[in-house]
Write a protein that binds this ligand. Structure first.
Ligand code: C2O
Ligand code: CU
Ligand code: CU
Length: 465
């Protein structure tokens, strides 16, 4: 399959077999959605409560049919027959072992976006899993608590495969975060928000030009007109912009403030109250929303201010004695040591729809080499056709400055990031340091998936220590 091609999955090409332990523990947590009641395919899941992955978790990709809201059945791609894929969770310090099976007609890979893993299990386009084959992704969890996500990363087909349904949340937990006693259980809601297009039969349809895929309906956790019943409590929303190309401008329908406590790389140092957040494909947000003073029957929505879309509707159905609270602006959440004194600077110009520093991606070409454990300043510059959400594999970075365009940094860009939105006419500087795995090939690319598939991507090698 090639770039910018239309593709509608139409058939099931394998016989469903029982999948055993369905992608870890909390597959059931996406079930908070009322129109998604039966996740009875995984009786074991509910029994797993300690957030540890089972010995070997099975993950499959297949052509499947699923309910995209209101009973509309759609053909698409699914991880473990679920759209989006199941929530995977693991503790820092544990080992993840996932046996991935590819039941698609095309080759694919699984990339663990935001997770620092060796090249061999990073889902690099060179390391394809062929149709009918399997591969074991095995790696330790070496980083702090945060929300990551897994998705395909095959050469020139990432946009299509993600768009047709392959994406899921991967939550890392740790001690530091647990001590904060943030909302848990049904009060912690992973939320993948993306846009979609459907054909006349109601199946997901991927068609995109060079400037990217733009759908005409929003989906929250795979549902149109998503709705969630809530209690009078504080909720923690773990939000991913799962769009191929669309930038969201997220707000509550009543204009109320919510509290930002974290982003791509985990907790911020201090909470920040905000009424709107602009975030691009691949970026994550960790938000607390306070519904403690609401009354039964009240309704709230997350909306996108640019399209004026309702993303998900909350209805208060239950009055409870709240147990969670919202930290104030001076309550420290975490300590983040700033990266300082970069030893060198690199410049990357994102040009048109397909080039970085004049070059289109070549899987076999290493474009630059980065010494192990040295702090560097990377300067991302747009040459038009933005915005470009720039993403780096193999380490998180800290955003240092933005000049031109919006000309400022936003609260959701503090702390640790792995994806930063670079608007047209903007220069964004980040500090980065690859100090976990040496002698590895990683990717840096635009996460507007059609730009990525068209070649706006580069390989670099972290040198042996
Ligand atoms: Cu989310 Cu290189 O990808
Ligand atoms: Cu990534
Ligand atoms: Cu781009």
């Amino acid at each position: 399959m090639n770039r910018n091609q239309e593709h509608v999955p139409t058939r099931r090409r394998f016989i469903k077999t029982s999948v055993g332990v369905l992608g870890a523990l909390s597959a059931g947590r996406l079930l908070a959605f009322e129109d998604r009641p039966n996740f009875d395919r995984c009786p074991e899941c509910s029994a797993i409560s300690d957030y540890k992955l089972p010995q070997t978790t099975q993950l499959s990709a297949s052509v499947d049919q699923f309910d995209v809201g209101g009973g509309q059945l759609s053909w698409g791609y699914a991880y473990n027959e679920s759209f989006p894929g199941p929530v995977l969770e693991a503790y820092r310090g544990s080992n993840v072992r996932i046996r991935f099976q590819n039941f698609l007609d095309d080759h694919t890979t699984v990339h663990w976006h935001g997770m620092v893993v060796p090249h061999a299990v990073d889902g690099h386009p060179l390391n394809v899993v062929l149709p009918g084959e399997d591969f074991i992704y095995h790696f330790p969890i070496v980083q702090r608590a945060c929300l990551n996500w897994y998705h395909p990363h095959p050469h020139e087909m990432t946009g299509e495969q993600v768009n047709l349904g392959l994406a899921g949340p991967f939550i890392i937990r740790d001690e530091e975060e647990s001590m904060l006693e943030l909302p848990v259980g049904s009060y912690e809601v992973p939320l993948i928000i993306r846009d979609a297009k459907f054909d006349s039969q109601g199946n997901l349809r991927y068609s995109a030009g060079a400037s990217g895929f733009f759908g005409d309906v929003p989906l929250a956790n795979g549902k149109q007109n998503a709705a969630l019943s809530i209690d009078t409590e504080v909720y923690r929303f773990r939000i991913l912009n799962g769009c191929n190309a669309r930038v969201w401008r997220l707000a509550l329908s009543n204009g109320a403030a919510f509290t930002l406590i974290g982003n791509d790389g985990g907790l911020l140092e201090f909470p920040v109250d905000l009424t709107e957040i602009e975030f691009g494909p691949g970026e994550r947000l960790d938000l607390l929303v306070d519904f403690r003073n609401a009354s039964v029957g009240n309704q709230f929505r997350f909306v996108d201010l640019d399209e004026n879309w309702d993303l998900i509707e909350f209805t208060v159905t239950n009055s409870v004695q709240p147990v969670f609270s919202v930290p104030g602006p001076t309550d420290r959440l975490s300590v983040i040591s700033p990266l300082v004194n970069p030893v060198r600077t690199r410049e990357f110009t994102f040009e048109g729809h397909s080039r970085i520093n004049g070059l289109e991606y070549d899987m076999n070409r290493i474009d630059f080499e980065v010494p192990f454990a040295e702090t560097e300043l990377w300067r991302f510059i747009t040459g038009g056709n933005g915005p470009h959400p720039v993403h780096v594999h193999g380490a998180s970075f800290q955003v240092l400055s933005r000049s031109g365009g919006r000309n400022m940094l936003f609260p959701w860009e503090s702390g640790w990031k792995d994806t930063v939105l670079v608007g047209d006419g903007e220069t964004v500087e980040v500090l980065t340091r690859f100090d976990v795995y040496d002698d590895q090939v990683y990717l840096m690319h635009c996460h507007l998936l059609e730009h990525e598939d068209n070649g706006m991507m580069t390989n670099f090698r972290v040198l042996p220590r």
